[in-house]
Design a protein around this ligand. Structure first.
Ligand SMILES: [Mg+2]
Length: 168
């Protein structure tokens, strides 16, 4: 059970083209809740600009969300002009595999971006995709994470420690 992301970032817009090239990423699977939108269903700052930049580099994009709210996921997907799957049941492989089929890429060339270790990161790692963990957008959720997800907390603490070491 590999729960460790390959990268841990503040948010999705920190992902640079250079980074993607470095890891030979040609497609990105995106989570929605707390990754692209906040609690009030608003797109995070700078997201549309980032999507435009990424698309210009011929990066293929697909949304894979566990949400059962089709309307919400579809609205975001249409706004960003990205194909989507909802009710994906991550960390099960099904949703990732559907996205992979659509992207027509090898799993090693696909990055998965999400804010949850037990769904996004674990699922990506199970599919041999490149896992990128981002901090959940909403502070409310960070609070919930702190009390409700002790396992995820321990992992994040470990990752942060490693990152501090690397910077020294
Ligand atoms: Mg999420």
């Amino acid at each position: 059970m590999n729960l460790y992301p390959k990268l841990y970032l503040n948010n999705v817009t920190e992902i640079t083209v250079q980074m993607l090239n470095q890891y030979q990423i040609k497609g990105i699977i995106l989570d929605v809740d707390n990754t692209l939108i906040d609690y009030d269903k608003l797109l995070i700052e700078g997201l549309e600009k980032w999507i435009d930049k990424i698309k210009k580099e011929k990066m293929k994009l697909c949304i894979v969300s566990n949400s059962n709210d089709k309307n919400k996921v579809e609205t975001i997907a249409k706004k960003l002009d990205i194909p989507y799957f909802y009710l994906a049941m991550k960390p099960l492989k099904g949703g990732f595999k559907k996205a992979q089929e659509l992207l027509q890429l090898e799993s090693k060339n696909i990055a998965v971006v999400g804010d949850q270790i037990l769904t996004d990161v674990w699922g990506a790692n199970r599919c041999n995709m490149f896992s990128i963990l981002v901090k959940p957008i909403n502070e409310k959720d960070i609070f919930i994470t702190k009390i409700k997800r002790p396992l995820e907390n321990k992992i994040i603490e470990k990752i942060e420690k490693q990152q501090r070491k690397r910077r020294k």
